[in-house]
Design a protein around this ligand. Structure first.
Ligand code: HEC
Length: 129
């Protein structure tokens, strides 16, 4: 049977090692770097933003428009993409952690943990772009 490495042009292991040793970057670095650049260029949502989107969809979309072009199911509830026009969305952090009561009297009180708050803010900020 023929040696697969010979088929691939690597005659010996020693040659193989030298091949990698000569690479300017570790072989895994290249795809990782390419992926990062692609995500930055394409504006692909990062993990936090995506978790925030899911939280918002689950908890807020019954009343609020939560995307870029949807209409609020509850007419009184402002589309969340417009909140930043009134104040920086970071101002919601405290309210989200301690229970959202502004404008939500008699509605379910939300309490999100610190990471969830970050994710939600990150998602809301993505709507400003
Ligand atoms: C049961 C319906 C309902 C749900 C669910 C709901 N909201 Fe609201 N929300 C409203 C209404 C109605 C208003 C407008 C109240 C007003 O302006 O008096 C409002 C207002 C707001 C405002 C503007 C408050 C201000 O004074 O600037 C923000 C921000 C907001 N909601 C965020 C959220 C977020 C985030 C969620 C999910 C975690 C959520 N809401 C879930 C009904 C809801």
């Amino acid at each position: 049977m023929r040696d697969l490495r010979q088929d691939m042009g690597f005659a010996q292991d020693a040659n193989n090692d030298r091949l990698w040793g000569a690479m300017p970057m570790h072989p895994v670095t290249v795809p990782l770097l390419a992926m990062t650049l692609f995500m930055l260029a394409a504006n692909v949502p990062n993990e936090g933003e995506e978790r925030g989107r899911i939280l918002i969809k689950a908890n807020c979309s019954g009343c609020h428009a939560v995307g870029r072009a949807d209409v609020s199911p509850m007419p009184d509830a402002p589309p969340l993409r417009e909140v930043h026009q009134r104040y920086p969305v970071e101002h919601l952090a405290e309210a989200l952690a301690e229970g959202l009561t502004t404008g939500h009297q008699g509605k379910p009180a939300f309490r999100f943990d610190a990471r969830e708050v970050n994710d939600i803010i990150e998602y809301l900020k993505s709507l400003e772009r």
